[in-house]
Design a protein around this ligand. Structure first.
Ligand SMILES: [Fe+2]
Ligand SMILES: [Fe+2]
Length: 195
């Protein structure tokens, strides 16, 4: 069984060019994204303390994302780049969260499925960054590792949802959200940022 879906809209090559043209800004945004991903995993733990089946994996994911943050920060320090003082709102995440239904059960499902899609988009974009990096094997290898790690996370959240919801319901909603994500990605202005 597949635990994630193919993204419906491939990232445009212009996005990679924009990122490579201002890599310091991209690193600052990337660091924020990893820190927020860790916080998001831990916020599931805080919000759903009775969902004991998924708590160990959520904690593990939170730790992994925090390690990613640590690693991005190390790459930044090496280049004399500081963390951004002002953290701009992420229009992509905001638009996705607006798709969440409001009743508690469906909200839980939607949050898990969106987490999966966000991870899949991250994996796709880290692959593009990895492929675009030249003359820096260490950085290239770093984005390669992140690409595989986020692809793994893309599956974890769907598996979590399958603990609580039947397969048909999970994949029907995952399809809907995945379609919507593709439209959102295509509507956003390109920035030297992950989204
Ligand atoms: Fe990550
Ligand atoms: Fe991740």
């Amino acid at each position: 069984m597949k635990y994630s879906l193919e993204l419906t809209a491939a990232t445009r090559p212009e996005w990679v060019r924009r990122v490579m043209s201002d890599f310091p800004s991209f690193l600052q945004d990337h660091a924020d994204c990893e820190r927020k991903a860790s916080a998001m995993a831990m916020s599931f733990v805080a919000k759903y303390p009775d969902r004991v089946e998924i708590i160990p994996e959520l904690i593990e994911t939170g730790v992994e994302e925090l390690e990613h943050f640590q690693q991005v920060y190390a790459h930044m320090t090496k280049r004399g780049i500081q963390l951004a003082r002002e953290i701009a709102e992420d229009p992509y995440i905001k638009a996705l969260l607006n798709l969440c239904r409001t009743d508690p059960i469906n909200r839980f499902l939607d949050r898990l499925l969106l987490a999966s899609i966000i991870e899949c988009r991250g994996a796709e974009r880290f692959r593009l960054v990895c492929e675009a990096i030249e003359n820096d094997e260490e950085l290239k290898e770093f984005y390669h590792r992140l690409w595989t790690s986020e692809a793994k996370h893309g599956n974890i959240f769907v598996k979590m949802a399958l603990n609580y919801f039947d397969e048909k319901k999970v994949y029907a909603r995952l399809n809907e959200l995945n379609e919507a994500e593709g439209k959102i990605v295509e509507s956003l202005e390109l920035r030297p940022a992950l989204h």
